[in-house]
Design a binder for this molecule. Structure first.
Ligand code: HEC
Ligand code: HEC
Length: 300
């Protein structure tokens, strides 16, 4: 921003945008201590992840459009019902009232027959039962050290915040807050990363999902170690984004073009009506693009 030439009013617009959007993201030290939980010992969790149940279900207690939350499912239905359901959901839906009602609640998604063996079905049920007892209480993740937290925060800011929001409240992607329905984020469904657990989060971050989550691991953007780091990071409380008060904002304000030096008439002959302000987040710049020529009018 040390260009000497005079700025036009459009360039001013850009500077305004820059100030609004590129405020620094500082953070408080992660102070929380989370009790370690005994890892689930059976095979069910692995099957649950590998068979893709995680794509449609979680244990947050809030249903997703893709499928019901499985929190408390072993208290809602019997083991016999689950055995029949996991073997052949369509068959159950033909006669079972509960299944028919449930089906109506998810008009855009259906439980699919995954061709599970009886052994796999029993392993999954064992896991679902565990999630409704021991597994629902504590978190199965190792909190990050302050150094790890800083690394993860940087990766998050560069790769994830664009879709999940600077405060992890969600944007294009869902909220990644540790517990579901945190007070202030009520209007955005989601959250509950801690209840999903590290393994399920790792699988999502590594493989991506058809609904728009990129496959960070599979595409080689993040290493296995970084995927694990991020899976643990999203279970921690997000760093605080400091509020910039008017006083602080004014301190960093740099007057580049005095009011008397600004253009008195429109230098673009009305073309500015088709100009777009774009934030080049990765480059830390803002640009004005001419919508007719699709060329940069100006950037900082
Ligand atoms: C494509 C999305 C999808 C996948 C994959 C999927 N399910 Fe489902 N599941 C649903 C939907 C939707 C329902 C609600 C019934 C319906 O609409 O078919 C459901 C219902 C259920 C229920 C009953 C829930 C309740 O509240 O009573 C259980 C249990 C269940 N699924 C377990 C699983 C398991 C275990 C797997 C993996 C082996 C799995 N699902 C894979 C979408 C899915
Ligand atoms: C291009 C946008 C985009 C980017 C960038 C992105 N995500 Fe996502 N993410 C999504 C969407 C969309 C979903 C929801 C997918 C679904 O429901 O199947 C999602 C889902 C998730 C979930 C599962 C949340 C849940 O409640 O099921 C996690 C965890 C996650 N993302 C972590 C990350 C991390 C970590 C990064 C950065 C390394 C990242 N995401 C970057 C779009 C994005």
């Amino acid at each position: 921003m040390n260009q000497k030439h005079k700025k036009t009013s459009l360039q001013w617009l850009g500077i305004g945008l820059l100030i609004t959007f590129l405020f620094p993201v500082a953070c408080k030290k992660p102070t929380e201590e989370i009790a370690q939980k005994k890892e689930y010992a059976g095979k069910g969790k692995e099957i649950f992840i590998n068979k893709g149940c995680v794509a449609c279900h979680d244990f947050s207690g809030t249903d997703k459009p893709t499928g019901p939350s499985l929190k408390g499912v072993t208290k809602r239905v019997s083991v016999e019902w689950l055995q029949k359901w996991l073997k052949n959901p369509d068959e159950v839906k033909k006669t079972d009232k509960y299944a028919q009602e449930l089906d109506k609640k998810f008009p855009t998604s259906n439980m699919i027959n995954l061709g599970l063996t009886d052994q796999e079905i029993n392993d999954i049920i064992d896991y679902l039962k565990w999630m409704d007892t021991e597994g629902s209480v504590a978190a199965d993740f190792k909190p990050l050290s302050p150094e790890e937290f800083e690394r993860a925060k940087k990766i998050y800011f560069e790769r994830c915040s664009g879709c999940h929001g600077a405060k992890r409240w969600g944007a294009t992607g869902p909220s990644l807050l540790p517990t579901s329905h945190i007070d202030k984020a009520k209007e955005i469904p989601g959250g509950g990363t801690r209840e999903k657990g590290t393994e399920a989060l790792k699988a999502i971050i590594w493989n991506g999902t058809p609904a728009g989550m990129p496959p960070w691991g599979k595409e080689g953007v993040l290493t296995e170690e970084e995927v694990e780091l991020m899976a643990r990071y999203v279970q921690m409380d997000p760093p605080e984004v400091p509020k910039l008060g008017m006083e602080e904002a004014k301190k960093s304000w740099e007057l580049l073009v005095k009011p008397e030096d600004r253009p008195k008439s429109d230098p673009t002959n009305g073309k500015y009506l088709n100009y777009f302000g774009v934030i080049l987040r990765d480059a830390g710049k803002v640009a004005i693009i001419d919508g007719t020529t699709k060329k940069f009018f100006s950037q900082w």
